[in-house]
Ligand binder design. Structure first.
Ligand code: AHR
Length: 494
């Protein structure tokens, strides 16, 4: 059966916030150390200790914002351990992630420098679980106060005269779990107290993100919105795609077709989560002032054989590319509430866009989806109606095609499409309504692979990469497209 897409070129449904394409970095495994930080004396080319190749690759996909220092690490992180001369910084145990020694060589100054190099906004996650209100308040003062104060003087003594711009501040992470095992009623009160002292200094305005629910914990959302919505700008949500169980999640590269379809079906659960959490938020905030920030999402598989189980290092295949693209389409559909999302995690951990090994670096299929989809950043979402058949395997069945469309400030339209079927092409007829004469020049890019487990390795770093897409015909205002099996495609209409 062929699929039919109707796009209403003159009907916009709000902006797709560029922050939906944001990232997450934690002191976990080889994300910060090795992934970003190699130190000034490293033979790996770097700028003030931060590796150049990774920064250049990330700049190419336009990273809007980067979250740090965790994750679970955030609620055990004491920021003062990570400032001042590096040789004097405290060494501590990274209790959550492998029990390794954390030497605190990468701290506030290094993270802010990384964001400056990436030209992205910092998102700092503060410590509610094991930190004090004073500690959180002083961190904000240290980073943002321009006058005379103990923390501003300390920052200057550490070599930074001017404050940094800090827009986003998370008040705790997973406080229902690793961030303190709190009940929502208790966290709501703690949130109200801690956020009081997250102040706006010297013209800097902070967007406060409250810790939101774990997956489908709708009661958490209800209590947080009821008790604290007036004190937050956003509420977070965490949902990972785990094909198996938490004990046996499944392998990143060796999997069956059943695991393929189950992974994609579980990814589509994001739609229900956003719909139901948004409905609760609507009750308390019908004007949709409070954003929903999915600040951890992506595939979570078993670690690569032979690697430290606490380091969460996993490979990344064409399956990951489809998971990323399907999630983005769902986020676009909820652009009235979803203002930011952060894939977990940016380098060497979980569903990464970059993997490194010594001085080598590779771009994963997920990276290429970010690259292809960056055209949607801050573009207006277009009304779209999709009618598609199902891809079925065993007892599992999911829609074969997924689609989203946007129009940018220059009137250029981008249509992204996924075909999740492992064997069949998808014939898609795209009808463009309400278009002006100018949208006639069509071009396309495709990411696809011949095998389900296709991935890039340090020996073959370009096995999965985008290529020009030409399998389309323009017939008046209709576009006839043939999508390859297991593919992500972006069309541009000028
Ligand atoms: O991303 C890995 C971990 O997953 C984070 O530290 C935590 O917030 C979540 O449970």
């Amino acid at each position: 059966m062929s699929s039919k897409v109707v796009i209403q070129g003159d009907q916009t449904l709000g902006k797709i916030d560029r922050n939906i394409y944001s990232h997450f970095s934690e002191h976990l495994g080889r994300c910060i150390y090795e992934g970003f930080w190699v130190g000034e004396d490293s033979p790996i080319p770097n700028t003030a200790g931060i590796r150049n190749d990774v920064v250049e690759a990330l700049k190419a996909i336009s990273i809007p914002a980067l979250r740090w220092p965790g994750g679970c690490f955030a609620d055990e992180y004491h920021w003062k351990d990570g400032i001042g001369p590096r040789e004097n910084r405290k060494r501590m145990i990274n209790t959550h992630w492998g029990g390794v020694v954390e030497n605190n060589h990468f701290g506030t100054h290094e993270f802010m420098q990384l964001c400056e190099l990436l030209e992205c906004e910092p998102i700092i996650c503060g410590n509610v679980g094991s930190g004090t209100v004073q500690e959180m308040a002083e961190w904000v003062e240290y980073m943002t106060f321009d006058g005379v104060s103990p923390m501003a003087e300390l920052r200057r003594a550490n070599g930074r005269e001017k404050p940094w711009k800090l827009t986003y501040f998370g008040v705790g992470n997973e406080n229902w779990g690793c961030g303190g095992h709190m009940r929502p009623e208790y966290y709501a009160d703690e949130y109200r107290r801690y956020q009081t002292y997250v102040r706006n200094y010297s013209g800097n305005v902070i967007h406060k993100i409250a810790c939101g629910p774990n997956v489908d914990d709708y009661r958490w959302t209800e209590v947080l919105m009821r008790e604290a919505h007036n004190h937050m700008h956003s509420l977070s949500l965490h949902y990972y795609t785990v094909p198996g169980t938490w004990e046996k999640k499944g392998n990143a590269t060796q999997f069956t077709e059943e695991e393929w379809i189950v992974t994609l079906r579980k990814t589509l659960f994001m739609e229900e989560l956003l719909t139901r959490h948004s409905a609760i938020m609507d009750k308390y905030d019908p004007a949709k002032r409070v954003g929903l920030v999915v600040d951890e999402w992506g595939n979570w598989f078993d670690v690569e054989p032979g690697t430290n189980p606490g380091f969460l290092y996993q490979q990344n295949t064409i399956r990951d590319a489809l998971v990323a693209a399907l999630n983005f389409h769902i986020f676009h559909n909820h652009n009235d509430r979803v203002r930011m999302t952060n894939i977990a995690q940016i380098v060497n951990v979980l569903q990464s866009v970059i993997l490194t090994e010594g001085d080598k670096m590779l771009l994963t299929p997920t990276y290429h989806v970010f690259g292809m989809f960056k055209v949607h950043q801050d573009a207006e979402r277009l009304a779209l109606h999709l009618n598609t058949g199902n891809y079925t395997y065993g007892n599992e069945s999911i829609p074969q095609v997924s689609a989203s469309a946007s129009k940018n400030g220059d009137g250029v339209i981008h249509i992204s499409l996924c075909n999740v079927d492992t064997a069949k092409d998808a014939e898609v007829e795209i009808e463009l309504r309400g278009l002006t004469e100018q949208n006639v020049e069509v071009s396309g890019t495709e990411l696809t692979a011949a095998e389900m487990d296709a991935h890039n390795t340090f020996q073959q770093p370009d096995k999965v990469k985008p290529s020009a897409f030409t399998a389309f015909k323009v017939e008046g205002t209709t576009l006839k497209v043939k999508l390859s099996p297991m593919s992500v495609t972006v069309l541009e209409l000028k």
